[in-house]
Design a protein around this ligand. Structure first.
Ligand SMILES: [Zn+2]
Length: 470
């Protein structure tokens, strides 16, 4: 038996998308996540397509959570020959079944559109996978609850722990035997905050030798939730006054449900007048249904569970919310006067219905675009966030007159203090810490903060690097 223990970093290394880490232990290969790369279309497609290990050699695939930058290349992996079981939590199973099918449809539509407008130049792209590939991938799914260990592959025992990031999100603990003992590896996936509205904060398991920790906001501190409520309330009051439209590009998973919950809190606790809210994303509507079915999930905070019980298990069914399903209903919003909030995907403005709302409203000074999630570099969301005065949408350039604001406090990612507190709670300290899932400047800042706190053994692996663990 090959006793060598290594970790290969094949995505989310010095960037925030394409999460893919390969653990080789005791002769087994276990892949942690298989996410889609996002950003510049051609470059990210190429990176997603290139799988730098034979998919058929995997003994298990373990998914931390359902977000597409962690799960979105799974169908491609199984299309290219993987046969291994795909492990995740029960809530993630429900979520990825929906999200991967949606991803296949989005890719097919995107390829059709790209090929049409580039036909003269002879440029074509093809989708990474189709719905059949998604079905093949889903047939390999196996679920396990938080807490108890299970044998994921020969010689590799896995346990899931609440990551506090989104519904179903897990930290993945791997226990592997090595010569003269055993090693414990912890992969945080995306790590939640200590003060999240919906999710319980993550607590680290003990006895971890090697830690792979996300670092999306490793160099920053989020504003506390109280300040956030006031900031959000101020934006809503202004939109009401201007009778404008507030566009919130939002991930369908978690952020949408969190904002619905926050609006209700603002009404109760800050006296913010009601404002019509249109949730314009079929995916968000379906995911909200999964939340409704999962209200007893152990990942939710006790205050949210108590609130949900008070509403008769219908926490997202407020009177002012309209769940938009059809394309016609979505287009009708163009002619409807404000004030209103439109919550629509995708969260980084790279596709989906948010694009047609941007096209129709970005040139009006009564419009506010509010970013509530991380915007990866190379995306339209990041360009707008950085103050672009012009934006290309569906191939046409638009002047930006809308106000653009960012509310990082709503993030479902740990900030610097959350990460430092998480590591401080680990006993003994891991001997090796690998910072993954973060832009280089965030990672550099976090590495500096960790060093100042006396934490040793911190590395920032590059794409393709393989670390040997002794
Ligand atoms: Zn995530």
């Amino acid at each position: 038996m090959d006793n060598e223990l290594t970790i290969g970093f094949y995505g989310a290394a010095g960037e925030v998308t394409g999460s893919r880490h390969l653990v080789s232990a005791g002769g087994s290969r276990v892949l942690l996540d298989c996410g889609l790369f996002q950003g510049h279309r051609q470059e990210s497609q190429d990176k997603s397509r290139n799988i730098p290990f034979p998919p058929e050699s995997l003994g298990a695939v373990v998914l931390s959570h359902a977000h597409i930058d962690h799960s979105g290349s799974l169908p491609l992996l199984y299309k290219k020959g993987a046969e291994a079981p795909l492990w995740c939590t029960p809530a993630s199973r429900e979520l990825i079944a929906l999200m991967l099918k949606d991803s296949a449809r989005l890719q097919e539509a995107d390829a059709r559109f790209y090929n049409k407008i580039h036909a003269d130049e002879g440029l074509t792209i093809s989708p990474l996978y189709d719905e059949q590939d998604v079905e093949r991938c889903l047939s390999h799914l196996r679920t396990h609850d938080f807490g108890s260990p299970f044998a994921a592959a020969p010689g590799v025992s896995v346990s899931f722990h609440n990551a506090g990031h989104v519904l179903g999100s897990a930290m993945v603990q791997l226990d592997v035997p090595v010569r003269g003992g055993k090693r414990r590896i912890l992969f945080t996936g995306d790590l939640g905050r200590r003060g999240s509205l919906l999710m319980r904060p993550p607590a680290p398991p003990q006895g971890v030798d090697t830690l792979l920790i996300e670092s999306t906001y490793g160099g920053r501190s989020h504003s506390p939730l109280d300040g956030l409520s006031e900031g959000f309330a101020a934006v809503i009051r202004r939109v009401l006054l201007e009778k404008g439209k507030l566009l919130i590009p939002s991930f369908a998973l978690e952020r949408t449900q969190e904002i619905v919950y926050l609006l209700e809190k603002l009404r109760r606790e800050h006296g913010v007048p009601p404002i019509p809210l249109y949730v314009d994303s079929p995916m968000a509507v379906e995911i909200t249904n999964i939340f409704d079915k999962s209200l007893d999930d152990p990942g939710f905070t006790s205050s949210f569970r108590a609130y949900a019980a008070k509403t008769g298990d219908d926490p997202f069914g407020l009177e002012t919310i309209h769940y938009v399903r059809t394309k016609e209903e979505s287009q009708a919003l163009n002619d409807k006067p404000g004030p209103m909030i439109i919550l629509s995907a995708s969260g980084m403005c790279e596709g989906g219905r948010i694009l047609h709302h941007l096209r129709n409203n970005i040139g009006k000074d009564t419009t506010t675009i509010l970013f509530v999630g991380h915007q990866a570099s190379g995306t339209l969301g990041r360009r707008l966030q950085e103050g672009a005065k012009k934006a290309k949408i569906f191939g046409l350039e638009h002047e930006v007159w809308a106000k653009v604001e960012t509310m990082p406090g709503l993030s479902s990612h740990a900030d610097r203090e959350d990460i430092l507190a998480f590591i401080a709670a680990m006993d003994p300290k891991p001997r090796r810490i690998f910072l993954v899932h973060g832009d280089p400047e965030e990672q550099e800042a976090l590495a500096g903060s960790l060093e100042a706190a006396g934490v040793r053994g911190v590395a920032r692996p590059k794409f393709g690097e393989v670390a040997a663990l002794d």
